[in-house]
Design a protein. Sequence first.
Length: 285
Amino acid sequence: MGMPSVVHPAPEDPRAEHARYWRFSGLPGTEMLTARFVTTTFTRHTHPTYTFGIITGGIEEYTHPGGTSRVGPGGLAVVAPDEVHTGHAGVPEGWAYRVFYPEPEVVVDIARELGLRGTPAFTESGIDAPDASRLLHAAHLAAERGDRLGSSSLVRRGIATLLRSHGRERPPEVRERSARPEAVRAREILAARLTGPPTLEELAAEVGLSPFALSRAFSAAYGLPPHAYLNQVRVDRARALLVAGRRPSEVAVEVGFTDQAHLNRHFRRHLGVPPGAYRRALSVL
């Protein structure tokens, strides 16, 4: 008889990507992401939550209000709510990470226990904080195992450790107070007219500025030009509807995208996954 053949597993595709958004009952008010991205590029966008990304492989490079950061294994990519940022691979093999997206109230509650009274913020975005990184990584793994006590304890310790080493207080609504009234009004108009927004010229005339002056004032106040801000609001509204169990095709029309393909394109640019996958992972139904 001949020798039995040995079947070797196929090598992993170095360009393969995966992403999973999820929630865990032990961490209320928090979404999580486990992902590896290679060719995915995130456009300028924001999140309504904090972002604590623990890099587990490769390098992520991204821009943020403070400049550009490159974060490798063990480092933390930290972004505050409503901060405009991007994201892409910093090396050919891409990057892998585990991310927490806690609602602002979750971080505020921890900050209050430490004596921080203003809005919690951080001294930098790409952060080297080994103790905090280790705790947050362990918390993410505990949540994946279904360990409610372990994950909730570790995530609070991790965020508290990060706040102690790199936290600061930021006065609330600094950007809003400095915004020109015309930019504030334009923002309100766009949020109210997702399905039938005005042209830039119409919007400028309605608030009493020239199109150029409005674009400049709007970008200075909110970090995005009016058209990009409109798509950001549409994606945020779509997320809430998808979590409530609505179908992507219905959601696309309701938030003002021309069709589901249009929603898919912008959703991927902001979150790295299609809306259908996001719905299946997080839907309450």
